[in-house]
Design a protein around this ligand. Sequence first.
Ligand code: GRF
Length: 222
Amino acid sequence: MNTTPSAPLKKLAILISGSGSNLQAFIDAIHHHSLSASIAVVISNRPDVKGLERAAKAGIPTELVDHRQFSDRNIFDQQLMKVIDHYRVDAVILAGFMRILGSDFVRHYQGKLFNIHPSLLPKYPGLHTHQRALEAGDSEAGASVHFVVPELDAGPIVIQAKVAVHKNDNAGSLAQRVLEQEHRIYPLAVKWFCEQRLVLTPAGAVLDGQSLPASGFQFQHV
Ligand code: GRF
C-alpha cells in the first residue's frame, strides 16, 4: 500500500474571452491525468462565449466579469482580482484572454500568472501575429508560453513550439496549425509549475534548477 501523503492539487483560474480551445486542452489534460491540477474557476470578460459552455459542460464554476460594465480599466482589474482571489488559486492562466491587464494586477500574481501568445516571441507581440509572420515571409511560426510581466507579451518565455509556414498558408490555416501546438505546450508548462519544477526568479524562468534560454524550452513535436 502506498502511504505517501499526496500533495493537494494545485488550483487554477483560467481566464478566457472566446472559443476556449486552450481551456479545453487543460480540461482534457486533467481528464487524461497528464496534468495533476484542478480548475477552480473559468472567468470570461465576454458573455455567451463557447469557452463558458466548455467549462459548464465539464462542471467547472464560471464567472463573468464583463469589461463593458466598468468605467475604467483599473476598476475592471480590481474586480477581476476580487473574483480570482475568492477561489484561492495557485496559478492564473490567461488563455485567449483579450484584455490588457494593468501593472497592479500583474504584480499581484507575479510568478504565477501565465499567458500564451501565438507567435515566436519576441517576434510579433500584440495582435494579427499570423498575418504579420506571413507578410514578413517567415519560414516558421509558432507559439510561446510566458510568465506575465507588466510590459505586453514580454515576460520570460517558458516554452515555445514551432511550425513550418507552408507556401499556400493564409492567416487562418497558419493559426490552426499553431493552435494545435498551443494545446500541447500550455498544459505542459503549467504541469511543470504545478510540480514546482518551474519558477520565476529575478533572473528569469528556471526549470529543474536551470535557467531557461531567452526563447524558452523548445518543444519538439512530430
Ligand atoms: C490563441 O491563439 C491564443 O494564443 C490567443 O488567442 C487564441 C485563443 O484561442 N491569445 P482559444 O480561445 O484558446 O481557442
